[in-house]
Design a protein around this ligand. Structure first.
Ligand SMILES: Nc1ncnc2c1ncn2[C@@H]1O[C@H](COP(=O)(O)OP(=O)(O)OP(=O)(O)O)[C@@H](O)[C@H]1O
Ligand SMILES: [Mg+2]
Length: 226
């Protein structure tokens, strides 16, 4: 077994640059995120925060530099290779949830496990979770909701389902794009507590876009985009 010190960083961004036509979104951006680190990205609307997250996830292209996910150079991979790497190494919490409406809560949370070929088939009609899924739901305060359909949940509950789904496969890196942006302040604080607590428990590094300085204060580092 390799010693922890020799593991590659969860994320390494090296001299990254992206422009739309003449207009640079970012230029020569470099940083490294080790396991357990939390980096907040602050910046006004249009400053490139979502674009950066999409590049890191291999969902968008860039013009210069390199992105390494858990030591794997994204630029050297085919589309299929990138998709596989994304499944293994990433959790993504989107502002708009992206919870699948025709699957129940447990099935939504278990999706990454299904895609990785781990465990029973959660797509079976009426499947309401195994011990991993139920433990994750419990940790996020969603006990007893495993059989509910997404349309029967509040906004805060939906966002916690999205967080559970992003962490169920213990990804080395969690990307979160304003994960509490459309929740009230109290719910947002509580949801952020749960996100950081669970990420820390699983040793995931976190790259977190937020507009709230109070949430950014809880990060180990802050990246300001302008
Ligand atoms: N396909 C595209 N073609 C041209 N410009 C684009 C395209 N997609 C995004 N942009 C521009 O790139 C810039 C960065 O967008 P991005 O979505 O990353 O901003 P953001 O920081 O996430 O903003 P917000 O806080 O509003 O979510 C914006 O000025 C946007 O208009
Ligand atoms: Mg955005």
């Amino acid at each position: 077994m390799k010693a922890a010190a020799t593991l590659p960083p969860a994320l390494s961004v090296q001299g990254l640059g992206k422009a739309y036509g003449e207009r640079a979104v970012f230029h020569d951006l470099s940083f490294t995120l080790e396991s357990g680190e939390v980096m907040a990205i602050l910046g006004p609307s249009g400053s490139g925060k979502s674009t950066l997250l999409n590049c890191v996830a291999g969902l968008d292209s860039w013009d210069a530099g390199r992105v390494l996910l858990a030591g794997n150079d994204l630029g050297e991979l085919s589309d299929d290779g990138r998709a596989l790497l994304r499944r293994r190494t990433l959790g993504f919490v989107f502002q708009a949830f992206h919870i699948l409406p025709h699957l129940n809560v447990a099935q939504n949370v278990a999706l990454p496990l299904l895609l990785l070929g781990h465990g029973p088939d959660p797509a079976r009609p009426g499947w309401t979770g195994d011990s991993r899924v139920l433990a994750m739901l419990g940790a996020l305060g969603l006990d007893g909701l495993e059989a509910r359909m997404p349309s029967q949940l509040s906004g805060g509950q939906l966002q916690r389902v999205a967080i559970a789904r992003a962490l169920i496969h213990r990804p080395p890196l969690l990307l979160a794009d304003e994960p509490t942006g459309n929740l009230d302040t109290r719910t947002a604080t509580r949801t952020m507590d749960l996100l950081l607590e669970q990420a820390a428990r699983h040793g995931s590094a976190v790259l977190l876009v937020t507009h709230a300085e109070s949430l950014a204060e809880r990060a180990t580092r802050v990246l300001r985009m302008d």
